[in-house]
Design a protein around this ligand. Structure first.
Ligand SMILES: N[C@@H](CCC(=O)N[C@@H](CS)C(=O)NCC(=O)O)C(=O)O
Length: 426
């Protein structure tokens, strides 16, 4: 066991650095985070580049020499304590711990980063690449959720290094892009994540964790750069060992790797519209809770609640149905669209139908939006919008009204054809 000091170079919001700091808490190993680390400055000095020639953080300075790559650092910190249970006690447990560490890095972290960083403007934003990243992330979280349905921890019956690394990766996602509507598909992952971040050793480093409420909009076109860390802010804790050159700082929960402190959000123009008697959440609740007599209860309720002054209804029709030759690809495409509409959750309700018994499948939808127009921020932020023809519903036309009702209730056959899928945005 090495008692000598280990010094971690990184900003105090870096989730990769948190891995080692949390492992240190569990292991009773002393790791100090350097003070006043400045991203882009501290990691570009000749001294730093001697420790890590690629100039990235974190780097751990140890009495035996420097180490880079956060997983390697976390392993070293963990191994600093002999027979550390964080590494498991049998060969197979250790192998499983390594397995989940690789899974956390390659399947979870990599896909969260591919989704998040282009949105922050750190790399090029390409919608199909985003769709692929989300699909891969869902696949990973689906598998993880199955494992966690019957396991409290990834391996064995207590926290291991695999839990620490996975939780830090999930933390990056939950706090910045994985909204509740996204994570609710993976209930066991949710339960696991909140259990982990509330363990005292995690909480000490991560602080109070808050789930992202919206998917960050795509940043205005910026030249693609590497993610930057927030410049450390003034310390929130009084110094305990004032004379020490380096000192442990409380980890901040603010968006790690963002370039600037977030600016106050401008109000959404839809919040400035005259109040409406229709309460969107009431409708969504009625929709979700109606299990029988849907026509008499939910559809009737919808028309009773509908406020044509405060809201508008829209039909949409996919422009490229001839491309919809593979059922699951078509369904995934619609799923991706709904995912990207997350930013409009407070202002919209939607139904999307995939129609037909044979390919090519038709995709048609119905949307309810706050206001009389399709909200501009939706047109700006959600690229799928332009893949559809949009037509405002004329509710004085009974046929159109009936079509609205049929779409809400997934009426089958719809326009003479069976439904392959019906998805709801609520
Ligand atoms: N795989 C590396 C990732 C390191 C990394 O990408 N670090 C980012 C901050 S999270 C960085 O230092 N970026 C600065 C740069 O690219 O110059 C690890 O886990 O340590």
């Amino acid at each position: 066991m090495f008692d000598l000091m280990q010094v971690l170079h990184a900003g105090n919001t870096n989730k990769n650095a948190f891995k080692a700091l949390i492992a240190a808490e569990y292991s009773g190993v002393e790791v100090k985070l350097v003070q006043n680390f400045e991203m882009g400055v501290s990691n570009k000095t000749p001294e730093f580049l001697k420790m890590n020639p690629i100039g990235k953080v974190p780097v751990l300075e140890t009495p035996e020499g420097p180490i880079f790559e956060s997983n390697a650092i976390a392993r070293y910190v963990t191994r600093s304590k002999a027979d550390n249970p964080l590494f498991g006690s049998t060969l197979i447990d250790s192998a499983h711990i390594e397995q989940w560490i690789d899974f956390a890095s390659m399947e979870v972290d990599a896909n969260i980063s591919k989704w998040l960083y282009p949105r922050f403007g750190f790399s090029v934003y390409l919608p199909p690449a985003e769709e692929a990243a989300i699909a891969s992330l869902k696949r990973a979280l689906g598998a993880l959720s199955i494992h966690l349905a019957s396991n409290t921890y990834l391996v064995g019956h207590s926290v291991t290094l695999a839990d620490i690394i996975l939780t830090c990766n999930l933390y990056s996602g939950f706090s910045r892009i994985l909204t509740k509507s996204f994570t609710s598909e993976f209930p066991h992952v949710e339960r696991y994540f909140w259990t982990m971040v509330n363990q005292p050793n995690f909480k000490k480093i991560l602080g109070e964790v808050k789930q992202a409420e919206t998917v960050p909009p795509v940043a205005s076109k910026k030249p693609a750069t590497q993610p930057k860390e927030t410049k450390p802010k003034a310390k929130a804790e009084p110094k305990k060992e004032a004379k020490k050159e380096v000192e442990k700082q409380p980890a901040k929960v603010e968006a790690a790797e963002e370039e600037e402190a977030p600016k106050p959000k401008p109000k959404n123009p839809l919040d400035l519209l005259p109040p409406s008697k229709m309460v969107l959440d009431d409708w969504k609740r009625l929709y979700s809770n109606t299990k029988t007599n849907f026509r008499e209860v939910a559809i009737k309720g919808f028309w009773d609640m509908y406020d044509p002054e405060g809201y508008s209804l829209w039909f949409c029709d996919y422009k490229y149905n001839e491309e919809n030759t593979v059922s699951f690809v078509t369904m995934n495409k619609v799923g991706g669209f709904l995912q990207r509409m997350d930013l409009a959750r407070k202002y919209a309700f939607g139904k999307m139908l995939v129609i037909g018994a044979e390919p090519p499948f038709k995709v048609k939808g119905l949307w309810l939006f706050r206001g009389q127009q399709i909200p501009q921020f939706v047109l700006d932020e959600c690229y799928d919008m332009e893949l559809y023809e949009w037509k405002k519903v004329d509710i004085t036309d009974e046929a159109q009204k009936e079509r609205v009702s049929q779409m809400i209730e997934d009426c089958e056959p719809f326009e003479g054809e069976p439904l392959l899928d019906a998805k709801c945005f609520k």
